[in-house]
Ligand binder design. Structure first.
Ligand SMILES: Cc1cc2nc3c(=O)[nH]c(=O)nc-3n(C[C@H](O)[C@H](O)[C@H](O)COP(=O)(O)OP(=O)(O)OC[C@H]3O[C@@H](n4cnc5c(N)ncnc54)[C@H](O)[C@@H]3O)c2cc1C
Length: 514
């Protein structure tokens, strides 16, 4: 649909055809797939292949090129621990810098020869007889002993189901598929959504459009963004004194962990954040009616807390309107709200998020009894063991799986923890002649019972909001309800005792029986 601006020179690519057989197949080349490839390689497990349906490395940061795109966790923490970047220009880096960082890390790690871009995994089926995965891809079949899925928790754009949207005659695109060929200058534009992407987009495009309507279903809590360029002294120190950069990272890490009790135990601890958000509204907006319209009616933290200094002042502009009446339909020329008003537009930007609790890849992975992950999860929602492995799906490891998301800190910390767990599994399987591992159902059930007991007292459950963290059953199957250091500790070592294992001698017996 849309073209993207390339932030830096294209990566070296390897268009060779896929091998028929690899030990480990990695799906996705974002932070997860790239991190997994680097760590597999470092550990000497060089027989792997990474496939991505996109045209380059980066995942989220390749796809989200909208104006204003930037991380909302400081880059010192939102980067690999093993690849610090002394060149970050500011505390919250913009998308092109993050994309360039990932490309640099990929180049320097020497793993790109095992990446294939433009390759979509269409289907993966476990072969119980041979203890392997048969994977169908758009570039042909591959057989793999192990599949690591790094297909992303926020990867597949979700379009809103609104009457008439398909018949809209103007320009329409999703925030994650920005159309850089469409010039917004002087246009009447509507943005649907007020989540993390929308609040970055709105201040940027308001500068050039003729008129902007922002359709808000639920107001977000928005606190100030303490973003600033790094000084020359800081940048010099990051380059020449690595311990200084490490100290920054550590301080940011622990500062972020301080949010956890407010989310998981006592929401009243978030009072300072709420005060900061209310002050942000007062400072940014002069109109009392508008202040009221953008003040959330649920507890702070229940939905993702957003950060911006420019969002509220933008909403206060005369050429920007916040529309809170529900959308009734999209007409060929505009949007009609429930009160009957139609606002004409040239361009509609949908910033309505991603498939999160219904991960697209789950529809394509078939386990031991031929059912897909989606079939298994349809009844009670996503559930795995340690967010990484799933009963019935031997030798499948998911990065950023069920209940691994964060509301407060860097997903890269979670991703690295999961990669360490997977590496530990592969090491143990190799050294003990194990050909297949699958979590015991009772271990998986106990993990989820504990997790959801903890979830019950979090602000995400009690805060009085509906959020994308919740699935169709109203269960929070996306977030991790504890500290990130607890997660890391729990995944430090692959706990084989919680798994059903198949050894090479079991496999020989199966072969003889067949
Ligand atoms: C706009 C935005 C801003 C964000 N900011 C932050 C932040 O500040 N801090 C933070 O911690 N997190 C942030 N996140 C979350 C972010 O998604 C994660 O931090 C991280 O980038 C996830 O990496 P990943 O590798 O797991 O997934 P992704 O980066 O989503 O990569 C998944 C890859 O899998 C590929 N893929 C999917 N299905 C298939 C298939 N069937 N076949 C082949 N390839 C496939 C996709 O093409 C994609 O390249 C943000 C997300 C978005 C959308």
């Amino acid at each position: 649909m849309a073209s993207r601006k390339r932030p830096s020179a294209p990566l070296e690519t390897h268009p060779e055809s896929l091998p028929d057989r690899v030990h480990t197949l990695v799906i996705g080349a974002g932070f997860a797939g790239l991190g997994a490839a680097i760590k597999l390689d470092e550990a000497g497990h060089r027989d792997f292949l990474v496939v991505d349906k996109g045209d380059s490395i980066g995942g989220t940061w390749r796809d989200n090129t909208y104006p204003g795109a930037a991380c909302d966790v400081p880059s010192q923490l939102y980067s690999f621990s093993f690849a610090p970047n002394p060149s970050w220009s500011r505390s919250f880096s913009p998308q092109p810098e993050i994309q360039a960082y990932l490309e640099d890390v990929a180049r320097q790690s020497g793993v790109l020869d095992r990446f294939r871009f433009g390759v979509t995994v269409q289907d993966a089926a476990w072969d119980e007889q041979d203890s392997v995965w048969h994977v169908a891809t758009s570039a042909g079949p591959v057989t793999a002993d192990i599949v690591i899925s790094g297909s992303g928790g926020l990867s597949e754009p979700k379009l809103p189901e609104i009457r008439g949207i398909d018949d809209f005659a103007g320009e329409i695109f999703h925030s994650a598929r920005w159309n850089h060929d469409y010039d917004l200058t002087g246009k009447r534009v509507a943005v649907i959504g007020t989540g993390a992407s929308a609040i970055q987009i709105v201040p940027e495009i308001a500068k050039k459009v003729a008129h902007l309507d922002v359709y808000q279903r639920t107001a977000p809590w928005v606190i100030p963004r303490n973003d600033r360029p790094y000084t020359n002294v800081e940048r010099f120190a990051f380059r020449h004194l690595p311990l200084v950069q490490k100290a920054y990272r550590t301080a940011i890490y622990w500062g972020r962990e301080l949010y956890v009790p407010a989310f998981t135990l006592a929401p009243r601890l978030a009072a300072p954040a709420k005060a900061a958000a209310l002050a942000n509204i007062r400072k940014g907006i002069s109109d009392p009616e508008l202040r009221k319209a953008v003040t959330p009616d649920y507890q702070i933290g229940c939905k993702r807390i957003l950060i911006s200094n420019t969002y509220y002042p933008t909403l206060d502009r005369d050429d920007v309107e916040v529309v809170t009446d529900p959308i009734a339909e999209v007409t060929p020329t505009g949007i009609r709200t429930a009160d009957g008003t139609e606002r004409e537009i040239d361009c509609l930007i949908v910033a309505t998020g991603f498939y999160t609790t219904d991960q697209p890849i789950a529809h394509h992975i078939k386990g031991r009894d031929g059912r897909t992950l989606a079939d298994v999860w349809a009844e009670h929602g996503m559930a795995s063991y340690k967010g990484t492995t799933t009963a019935g799906f031997p030798n499948l490891f998911q990065i950023v799986g069920a209940n691994t998301g964060l509301g407060h800190s860097s997903m890269v910390f979670i991703i690295e923890s999961q990669i360490a767990y997977i590496l530990s599994a592969i090491e143990q399987m190799r050294s003990r002649g194990i050909v297949a591992v699958e979590p015991r159902q009772d271990a998986q059930d106990a993990w989820n019972a504990d997790l959801h007991r903890r979830m019950g007292r979090t602000v995400w459950s009690t805060g009085g909001c509906a959020s994308w963290y919740l699935d169709a059953h109203g269960r929070n199957t996306t977030l991790w309800p504890r500290t990130t250091f607890a997660f890391r500790e729990l995944l430090r070592r692959f706990d084989m005792e919680k798994y059903v294992v198949t050894t090479s001698s079991d496999a020989d017996v199966k072969e003889q029986v067949a």
